[in-house]
Design a protein around this ligand. Structure first.
Ligand SMILES: NC(=O)c1ccc[n+]([C@@H]2O[C@H](COP(=O)([O-])OP(=O)(O)OC[C@H]3O[C@@H](n4cnc5c(N)ncnc54)[C@H](O)[C@@H]3O)[C@@H](O)[C@H]2O)c1
Length: 333
């Protein structure tokens, strides 16, 4: 299959491209490189453009009329930036996606897999969320993801042939196990990056932010998923696309993509120390503004509809992140 991947020069999009290739498919990348890396599109079919550039999209579909699906990853993704610059986030994520979906509809390429986020869920007792659990997107970033789901749902109702799967990612970590690509942001704020920074001396202490949450050890709970497993869920989504929609009348499907296991920050710290074989200098602090206790996924729907389960552990993700960190420092510093 040939698949258009928007944002294919980014962390997740580039890993999806590798997973597509390893499974015999051909990615066609559309990326403006606003945050993505040109190194990640080397030796791949690549169009350097904004997702709303109609002439580029016409060229892509004229060059590749056999594109069957679009995986839409392109977005701005930094939560604190979205709080400071909501206009930019609603324009880049919501308005531009709306435009892209219209162009794809006109081109009759109406099978979409969308990168959504578990950040749109409300906190629920027990922390396990199903696809129909209550939503409460807090940041402008999370709200853009929710709004894009609303748009997709309405396109699916209004336009015949338009079908979409929204994959709600939990907490992707790790890197491509073959180290083709990985996390590329200079100062990432997520917890594994902070652990690596402390382990490698870039930071003096690792902060466990919040230790009074109603979790088993008081620290926040997340559902860390190896980015390679996450990428493979997209391969399954495009491969099983027709089957999924032949079994339901609903042309818009939402599917959680996590490991199904809640892991606390203290448990992740312990796993990191086991893999790294050293103690990490740690301090316990109060939660940061906007922090929440967390959530983990019910993955039954993904197993049933996509025929997909995770196969890699958080230890695998930690090892791949550490290896990628070494390569990243050589490549990009
Ligand atoms: N990384 C996470 O923890 C996480 C969690 C949940 C959901 N997601 C979603 O996954 C997707 C990919 O995230 P990522 O971590 O790979 O981010 P990333 O910043 O690494 O990748 C985003 C890519 O989109 C491109 N892009 C942005 N706006 C564009 C535009 N208007 N036109 C063309 N290209 C554009 C960027 O250049 C970049 O290559 C995003 O939609 C994000 O919201 C990410």
């Amino acid at each position: 299959m040939k698949v258009l991947v928007t944002g294919g020069a980014g962390y997740i999009g580039s890993t999806i491209c590798s997973a597509l290739e390893d499974n015999g498919h051909t990615p066609v990348i559309l990326d403006s490189l606003i945050t993505g890396k040109k190194e990640f599109v080397e030796n791949r079919i690549f169009y350097h453009s904004d997702i709303t550039d109609k002439s580029t999209l016409l060229k892509i579909f004229s060059d590749h009329p056999d594109i069957s699906h679009t995986i839409h990853c392109a977005a701005l993704i930094i939560v604190p930036d979205s709080v400071k610059n909501p206009y930019e986030y609603y324009r880049e994520n919501v308005a531009k996606s709306n435009e892209l979906f219209k162009i794809l509809t006109d081109l009759n390429c109406c099978k979409i897999v969308f990168s959504s986020s578990a950040s749109i869920y409300d906190t629920v007792p027990g922390f396990k969320v199903e696809e129909n659990s209550p939503l409460n997107p807090l940041s402008p970033y999370a709200k853009t993801k929710y709004m894009m789901e609303l748009i997709l749902n309405d396109f699916c109702s209004a336009y015949s042939n338009f079908q979409a799967i929204s994959l709600r990612y939990f907490n992707p970590i790790g890197a491509d196990p073959k180290l083709r690509t990985g996390m590329h942001i200079k100062n990432p704020s997520h917890v594994l990056a902070k652990l690596i920074e402390t382990a490698t001396g870039k930071s003096s202490v690792f902060q466990v932010t919040g230790t009074n949450w109603p979790t088993r050890d008081g620290s926040g709970i997340r559902d860390y998923i190896h980015v390679w497993d996450l990428a493979l869920s997209h391969v399954k989504a495009v491969e099983n696309f027709s089957k999924i929609f032949s079994e339901t009348n609903n042309s818009f499907q939402v599917i959680n993509i996590g490991s199904g296991n809640g892991v606390t920050v203290k448990e992740l710290l312990q796993a990191f120390e086991n893999v790294y074989e050293a103690k990490i200098n740690t301090v316990e602090t109060i939660p940061r503004p906007g922090d929440v206790a967390g959530a983990f996924a019910s993955c039954d729907k993904a197993a049933k509809l996509l025929n997909w389960n995770t196969s890699l552990s958080i230890e695998d993700a930690i090892k791949d992140s550490l290896k990628w960190n070494e390569k990243y420092l050589k490549l990009f510093s």
